[in-house]
Design a protein around this ligand. Structure first.
Ligand code: AHR
Length: 497
């Protein structure tokens, strides 16, 4: 099979906001306790953070991490997590039915983020709380001093403000599983008024209005239309969440499910632009895809969990080769929408549906999905170029006209680098992809990284890394045409300099 890709360096979709390579740490399962934080671990630093985890996260170059939830957010009192640790309460955490010890909170997490080179995307509880708790938290985090909450932070040992720029107004407030679930009207009003007060404390912050919990929600996309009617003036982004799973064990159909993602993104953009027109606004609402990943492997196991444990293993999906391919496809989709998607968070980062896994008291390792995420984050900086692709197509159970290949091209003018991300999602056939490189004379292929495995169900573990990239991808130049062989079911990164 053959696919052709036309590139034009003048046809720029947008500068890529590096925050599309963000991630997420929620207080649940072993994400915080036993994940990033394990003071008794022999490799813990002076604050109790695991140095091996800091190293694995740093290699991903995660620009922003959403915190502290997630579903847990909707009954969280941020005050429980600041001040002397021995005074912090142990509480029933209702969303995941565990005990929250509060040994990590806002200040410690800001420190952790600094250690891995990330910004914090802070979320405020709009389930059980509202305007007051949210504006106090902004004052605590961002006000320099001379006020009650900012001075309290200083007495807690943080003289300088954290200067957190990005704030989420609640989490999945349409979900029946959410503590304090709201109707669109209720949420829209509360979010608008909360956001107003927060920006009054610190006008430099940016706000994310809560979108639907997923495109499958019965209220989607009416939720977006109603809530944004209230929050359009105060918010800068609307959130999108979507999780995927190969529940029917139909891998071809599963790998085509970025088609659905594409449709979801288009719909949210349409609703935003409808509101822009309705309000005669000059502002274009941007998208924050602040929860996305594969999540299904652990569902059954999680049903059996005894409640009220401290940091039990929850949502510990073990990812395989096909999951890594889908993750690559999702990242390509985001890059092709770089003009509207300005933030995105792989949910999550450590242990809980995560690219990084730790053993309590032991080592840590990389899941299959670590690799496409790292490749995109490290090499996908610059501008996203418009590509015109002619690719053969196939049909699956749920999707028609699925292109065999999916591709995004990033040009980093400063570094004089072009990176091609290419996915062949067909399970049987290789594709020869031809890229017209006439706009990039003198550029040569530096490396062609490939992630592939004969067994789509191959996974990694502490003992064995079965799925990892190799550097032996095949390519050749025919004058200005770059020919790249993209093997069946493979993720490819072609780096030119
Ligand atoms: O990431 C796991 C959960 O998925 C989050 O807590 C919630 O926001 C979503 O439903």
């Amino acid at each position: 099979k053959q696919a052709n890709v036309l590139l034009d360096k003048g046809a720029v979709i947008s500068e890529i906001d590096k925050r599309i390579y963000g991630s997420f740490i929620e207080h649940m399962g072993r994400a915080v306790y036993g994940g990033i934080y394990e003071p008794d671990h022999e490799g813990a630093d002076e604050q109790g953070f695991r140095k091996d985890v800091i190293s694995l996260v740093s290699q991903l170059q995660v620009p922003i991490i959403r915190y502290p939830g997630g579903n847990m957010l909707s009954a969280y009192n941020w005050e429980d997590g600041v001040g002397p640790k021995h005074e912090r309460p142990r509480k029933l955490e209702l969303a995941w039915r565990v005990i929250e010890t509060n040994q990590v909170g806002t200040n410690e997490f800001a420190d952790f983020a600094g250690k891995v080179g990330s910004e914090v995307m802070m979320a405020v509880n709009l389930g059980t709380r509202g305007i007051d708790a949210a504006r106090n938290l902004v004052e605590y985090c961002n006000h320099p001093g001379g006020s009650y909450w900012s001075d309290l932070r200083r007495t807690h040992g943080y003289e300088r403000p954290h200067q957190i720029k990005t704030w989420c107004l609640g989490n999945e407030m349409d979900g029946h599983w959410q503590i304090g679930q709201k109707t669109a009207e209720e949420y829209g009003r509360l979010a608008a008024e909360t956001g107003k007060a927060m920006k009054q404390v610190d006008p430099s912050i940016e706000l994310v209005s809560c979108g639907s919990s997923g495109s499958g929600m019965p209220t989607f996309p009416e939720w977006e239309a109603v809530t944004l009617d209230h929050t359009y003036g105060i918010a800068d982004y609307v959130s999108l969440h979507q999780y995927f799973g190969n529940r029917d064990n139909d891998s071809q159909n599963y790998l085509a499910s970025t088609m659905e993602l594409e449709h979801f993104i288009h719909t949210v953009i349409s609703v935003c632009d409808y509101l822009k027109a309705k309000k005669r606004s000059k502002k274009t609402m941007m998208l924050s895809f602040d929860e996305w990943n594969v999540w299904y492997h652990s569902n059954e196991q999680d049903q059996k969990l005894e409640p009220w444990q401290t940091a039990p293993p929850q949502l510990e999906d073990r990812y395989n080769m096909e999951d890594a391919l889908l993750v690559g496809g999702i990242l390509i989709t985001f890059l092709r929408h770089a003009d509207r998607i300005k933030m995105a968070c792989l949910a999550q980062l450590v242990n809980v549906i995560a690219p990084i896994v730790t053993e309590n008291g032991g080592g840590s390792w990389k899941q299959t999905i670590y690799y496409p995420y790292m490749h995109a984050s490290v090499f996908g900086r610059g501008v996203s170029l418009q590509v015109i692709v002619s690719s053969p197509k196939f049909d699956t159970k749920d999707f028609t006209d699925v292109p065999y290949t999916d591709t995004a091209v990033v040009w980093n003018e400063g570094k004089e680098e072009v990176t091609i991300f290419a996915l062949n999602r067909h399970l049987e056939e290789d594709v020869l992809m031809t890229f017209s490189m006439k706009d990039f004379p003198g550029y040569e292929v530096n490396e062609h990284l490939v992630l592939e495995h004969d067994d789509l169900k191959a996974a990694n573990s502490m003992r064995e890394e079965r799925v990892k990239p190799h550097n032996n991808g095949q390519w050749s130049f025919q004058r200005t045409e770059l020919e790249v062989k993209v093997n069946k079911a493979s993720w490819n990164v072609i780096r030119l300099k």
